[in-house]
Design a binder for this molecule. Structure first.
Ligand SMILES: *Cc1c(COP(=O)(O)O)cnc(C)c1O
Length: 446
């Protein structure tokens, strides 16, 4: 098995990451446990930088923080020279609390509230990615009220169908996101934005989907976007400075996933933009990319402890673990597939087929269906690979399960970056109305 980053199997046959033995980590920090390979993430950031620097004159890389937003991750991304995407007041607050430079934050979202826009303006966020005409008017009014000027990008839907699950396709015509490039709507919004003195139209944005394997759809999107930039110049005289092509490069979840390497993917996009700009005689815009999954996904490992094992002869064998859909809803949400190892016998032969079930009260709480593993016994550790993106970020407290701890490991050191929730965390927002207190007289029912 081809393992990413610093993940490997050590002399004891245990899974190892960042020079730390995963069996030891599970003992020290408990399970379920989310482990991030710090060097693995840093290396992906550097791959983006290197490839862009090699193939394109002006660029910015932004981390799409929704993949995994936390104080430590914001800090790491700042250290690696990335900007940051946020999609809500909460992600923005996290970035600000981490001391992330406001000017390098891009605020996305198809339904930002007035409170969120105000928070962004107060914080001095660099750019608002405006999704629709209603937001444009709201933002203009708020900025005018503050006598401030704010840079914006317009989110457009280029009408490209990325080859991925339709829940994570976003660039097609029928999408809740952005302004369609089909018809005149986008040009109308550009013209309106140019009329509004407190808004500075810096460029345009699109994001065609996620877990996309080939740069083909990105190249098509790039061509459509450059064509639109030419149309804008033609109709308004305005030359747009920034072209943001979103995120979406896929990662390896199973052996069947063959994402294009970052360097080839970027080369493909850069070439498409250069060719299209030459065709329309446009100066090259600054290219922005917003990867989320491809920066942090493969660097994450989710570790669970096996409990009950149930063999249904002739049908299947369930191995239940101490986490599941509460910490990782992706399999239930869109049939996501994973590969896994047994961390305490990572090099043992895979001799039996198991279905790894979560502990939530839902039959659909299955983490992995039909995976060949070494023979399992209660207490074994299942390590699910590529667990760094859209897992902890989507975790819930369903069944009142406390959210797991998240640690970062490098060079033999492990640091908690999000502590494990406790039972008392689970009830911290609960309130009992005074009339329901134990000594209160209950109204008679029936
Ligand atoms: C989700 C999202 C991204 C990141 O997508 P990945 O597939 O994680 O790379 C980037 N930009 C926007 C606007 C997004 O919504």
């Amino acid at each position: 098995m081809n393992l990413p980053g610093t993940i490997c199997i050590n002399a004891e046959g245990h899974l190892q990451v960042g020079d730390c033995d995963v069996v030891e980590l599970a003992r020290t920090f408990g399970t379920p446990l989310y482990i991030y390979d710090e060097e693995g993430i840093r290396e992906k950031c550097r791959e983006y930088h290197r490839a862009l620097a090699a193939h394109y004159p002006k660029y910015k890389v932004l981390y799409a923080s929704k993949a995994f937003s936390s104080l430590a991750m914001c800090r790491l991304m700042e250290q690696e020279g990335l900007g940051l995407d946020v999609v809500s007041g909460g992600e923005l607050y996290t970035a600000l609390a981490a001391g992330f430079p406001q000017g390098k934050i891009y605020f996305h979202g198809n339904n930002k509230s007035i409170e969120e826009l105000n928070l962004a303006l107060s914080a001095g966020v660099g750019y608002i990615v405006v999704d629709n005409p209603w937001e444009l008017e709201n933002l203009a009014q708020l900025a005018a009220g503050r006598k401030s000027r704010i840079k914006i990008l317009l989110r457009l839907t280029p009408g490209i169908e990325a080859h991925t699950h339709h829940y994570i396709q976003t660039g097609q015509l029928d999408s809740k996101f952005g302004i369609s490039l089909v018809g005149d709507a986008a040009l109308e919004v550009v013209k309106r934005a140019l009329e509004l003195p407190c808004l500075e139209l810096a460029g345009i944005h699109c994001h065609i989907g996620s877990q996309v394997f080939a740069s083909e759809s990105f190249r098509l999107a790039a061509e459509r976007m450059v064509e639109f930039m030419a149309e804008v110049r033609e109709e308004t005289g305005q030359q747009l400075a920034e072209l943001n092509l979103g995120g979406g490069l896929g990662i390896t979840y199973t052996e069947n996933d063959r994402p294009e390497p970052i360097a080839a993917f970027i080369h493909g996009i850069a070439t498409a933009i250069k060719e299209a700009c030459a065709r329309y005689n446009l100066p090259l815009p600054t290219l922005l990319l917003e990867p989320g999954r491809s920066l942090v996904g493969e660097a994450g490992i989710a570790v669970y402890r096996v409990g009950a094992i149930k063999e249904i002869p002739g049908v299947r064998t369930y191995a239940s673990v101490d986490g599941g859909m509460a910490d990782n809803p992706r399999p239930a949400l869109y049939q996501a597939r994973y590969r896994a190892l047994v961390a305490n016998k990572a090099d043992a032969p895979r001799v039996q087929k198991y279905t790894i079930a979560g502990k939530c009260c839902e039959s659909g709480d299955i983490l992995i269906e039909d995976i060949e593993l070494p023979r399992l016994v209660p207490g074994d550790l299942i390590a699910v690979l590529s667990s760094g993106a859209y897992q902890y970020a989507m975790a819930s407290n369903y069944n009142r399960l406390p959210r797991p701890a998240v640690i970062a490991v490098a060079q033999g050191r492990a640091e908690v970056i999000i502590r494990r929730e406790t039972y008392s965390d689970l009830i911290r927002y609960d309130r009992i109305p005074p009339a329901w207190e134990k000594d209160a007289t209950l109204p008679a029912v029936m």
